[in-house]
Design a protein around this ligand. Sequence first.
Ligand SMILES: Cc1ncc(C[n+]2csc(CCOP(=O)(O)OP(=O)(O)O)c2C)c(N)n1
Length: 579
Amino acid sequence: MAQRLAMSAERSEDLTQPQQEYSGSEILLRCLIEEGVEVIFGYPGGAVLPIYDSLYHGAVKHLLARHEQGAIHAAEGYARATGKPGVVIATSGPGATNLVTGIANAQMDSIPLVCITGNVNQDLIGTDAFQEADITGITMPITKHSYLVTDVRELPRVVKEAFHIASTGRPGPVLVDIPKDVSNGKTGYHYPEQVHIRGYQPKTDPHPLQITRLHQALAEAKKPLILAGGGVVTSGGEHELIAFAETARVPVTTTLMGLGGFPGQHPLWLGMPGMHGTYAANHALLECDLLIGIGARFDDRVTMGRLDKFATGAKIVHIDIDPAEIGKNVDTYIPIVGDVKKSLSAALEGLPRSRSEAWVKRVQGWYREKPNRYRDSDQVLKPQWVIRHLHESTGGDAIVTTDVGQHQMWVAQYFPFAKPRSFITSGGLGTMGFGFPAAIGAQLAHPEATVISVTGDGGFQMTSQELAVIALGNIPVKVAVLNNRCLGMVRQWQEVFYKKRYSEVDLADSPDFVKLAEAYHVKAWRAESKEEAARAWKEALSAPGPAVVDFRIHPEENVYPMVAPGKGLDEMIMGEEES
Ligand SMILES: Cc1ncc(C[n+]2csc(CCOP(=O)(O)OP(=O)(O)O)c2C)c(N)n1
């Protein structure tokens, strides 16, 4: 390893000693400690130099990413694995704009983040000063809230509010932009105990009348179905969901964001619905007479945007903490605004059993008879086999993160997640480059867990520079690259919808991932057959530190089933028949 920088400079005042006055940056750090922040992900620069000087004490662990996008996705991974807000720091201008994708990603998936950016001195704001960017303006539509701090005395209140807003109600990213004169300014310190924000009172308790209506609808239903989304995971309502489904005898389909929110091997589970959903889930959606959406937002990857072919014979119940979600995409018969866990526990009292026995048998039959299938091979390595192997080799006891593309769908289809927060993926925005840094955040949150980053050869190359971080910190993330030498999901669409006119999807000239990992001092293996794959994966798993396995999968494998855009759920392309 290269010689490390000599760290011999004098340390400024000790944060643990009481003082009359503190600088803005010291105040910020004290606030973060009060919030119980364990780790900050970030990247320094001129406008955040005062903050980085305060971090020099090491009072809060800081992880130096290699790109701000890596830092924010790691913070998201931490937040998704724990439910606590992830914290990221970036400098003004390019540092701040490099956070934009991660902020949008967190907003779409309702992930709590506190994003701290530096800005130029206030007298320079608006002058096109060096590294100036109006980051509050740029991120306005993709944050839950944002602050430009104009007075150092405001900092504690702002930080307190930022954590509160990020983590309550429907969680989301909050931006705190701190000009350099504010982080350098001095004042006394007092951290408020409570927040008072006029106009922000998230409603968490469901209306009892609507719960009664839900009971009535259930008592009448013959073909009820639950569509469970990420809100189940966010609220921690998984046990209530199981109790609800079992008591009322309602089958469950979980969206991509909801995977793990209901056990993947439960007899009432029908798999994932939508574009790459199971036959059972999609046909249940077509035929149900009561659809209970729970913390799910009826995304177009589920409805296909074809509401004329989506649950047309069903009364729709929608449970969501965000009233703006109700009626946004589908007409709602019974709206229930509230926290999912609280709403389900309220509904459990006096919950009737539905008249669904014949229906349950029927949909279970569909799930058994038409599972996700692929044609296995001993000649080439199949991605579905690899994912099943990852599941078997860990007994399912792992946190798996993905990027976006075919590999993401294969994980969703072939890794039955048993627990919430064990599947971490970019659902709403669909961000390539997300999964690997997210795995770093998840691993820091759960040092003892097996954390696997399943990624594509395209997505991995978007943030592979973070290999330096896992090497340096000896963070034991295991990276499984499903390497098909192309941008697989785009190639699949070009095959199916553009007559195999493969335009700009060839990645055959990618670097050798084994050598790339080794250049970062990370152990790596390549596997071209099942035998090699099993051996390489075993060695990677048992290696004490980080590891990369380059699985050379068949380049023209497709994800099935598939519903083409613009088609209804009744028009599924089932794909290959053998399993
Ligand atoms: C940042 C970003 N750019 C472009 C896309 C569009 N896109 C979706 S899937 C995909 C291909 C992904 O290829 P790869 O990472 O190799 O994964 P695979 O589909 O082969 O598993 C692309 C380009 C995206 N989702 N995100």
